[in-house]
Design a protein around this ligand. Structure first.
Ligand code: CUA
Length: 297
């Protein structure tokens, strides 16, 4: 529907452009001042021309607005029932939280997983300022407004990764408030849900265990949660299955060991103005934190 609207508007705009430019070029050549020409005839309005210039744009705007308004209402007719996947989308400065209340209430960040071929309903809100959740290729864009839940729905035909972006200026890192929508086969999605519902992995290596202690008992726990541990912060992303994600830092970085280390060393250097604060770590503690985070599969 959104794509058809886009095509319609592009064609109408192209026709208007060609007609207006053709008339302009014609007039420039046909009525060019020639040597010896006197003062041109002075006119004071032309009712016929003015009526045409009023009606023509009105017709074009009506041709655009009738299908647009119809489509807007359609996107608000939210499908319900057991065959629908509901995802709560919560905007934060500067990352997206995805909560799956129907599937046990787990929450993840940056990467939204949904099954292909199924209707997905997004329930979009924000905890701070106005953001806009936009997945261009899937045609869905809706504002995330604090204190309000906006809905929009879509169905992705094929498994794949679709990139998205916050589309409402929300602060210093607005441009780096990205997202990835990962559409999977039903079996792959079910497997992912099962992983997400499971408790956090308990690390076996000593280094990672030291990292677990630092994270769950240190200051990190004020903002981040590891489900089933003392860490239950709600300001930053839930880290219970951190290492299963493809991206981090508001989908600015691919998730890998090198980037986790870079981020923990100085998050403000990577993404100035974000809300992550971490005191300078000793090299040993940094190794331990990285090892623990990368073990959270
Ligand atoms: Cu969030 Cu722009």
């Amino acid at each position: 529907m959104v794509s058809e609207l886009f095509t319609l508007i592009i064609w109408l705009a192209a026709i208007v452009f060609v007609v207006v430019e053709a008339v302009l070029v014609y007039v420039l050549i046909r009525y060019r001042r020639k040597p010896g020409d006197g003062m041109p005839i002075q006119t004071h309005g032309n009712s016929k021309l003015e009526i045409i210039l009023t009606i023509a744009p009105a017709v074009v705007l009506a041709a655009v607005s009738v299908p647009t308004v119809g489509a807007i209402f359609k996107t608000y007719e939210v499908p319900t029932g057991s065959n629908v996947v509901n995802v709560e989308v919560i905007g934060h400065q500067f990352w997206w939280e995805y909560k799956y209340t129907d599937l046990g209430g787990f929450s993840t960040a940056n990467d939204m997983h949904v099954p292909a071929g199924k209707t997905v309903v997004l329930h979009i809100t924000s905890v701070d300022v106005i953001h806009s959740h936009w997945i261009p290729k899937l045609g869905v864009k809706r504002d995330a407004i604090p204190g309000r839940v906006n809905t929009i729905w879509f169905k992705a035909d094929e498994p794949g990764t679709y990139y998205g972006q916050c589309a409402e200026f929300c602060g210093a890192q607005h441009a780096n408030m990205k997202l990835r929508t990962i559409t999977q086969s039903q079996a792959d999605f079910d497997a992912w849900v099962k992983t997400m519902q499971a408790p956090a992995a308990t690390p076996s290596a000593d280094l990672a265990r030291r990292g677990q202690q630092l994270l769950t008992e240190g200051t990190c726990a004020a903002c981040h949660a590891i489900d089933g541990s003392k860490a239950a912060g709600k300001i930053g992303p839930n880290l219970t299955h951190f290492a299963t994600r493809s991206s981090m830092a508001g989908a600015l970085l691919d998730l890998n060991e090198q980037n986790v280390r870079l981020w923990l060393t100085d998050p403000q250097a990577v993404k100035p103005g974000n809300l992550m604060v971490i005191p300078k770590q000793t090299p040993q503690d940094l190794d331990a934190l990285v090892a623990y985070l990368m073990s959270l599969k």
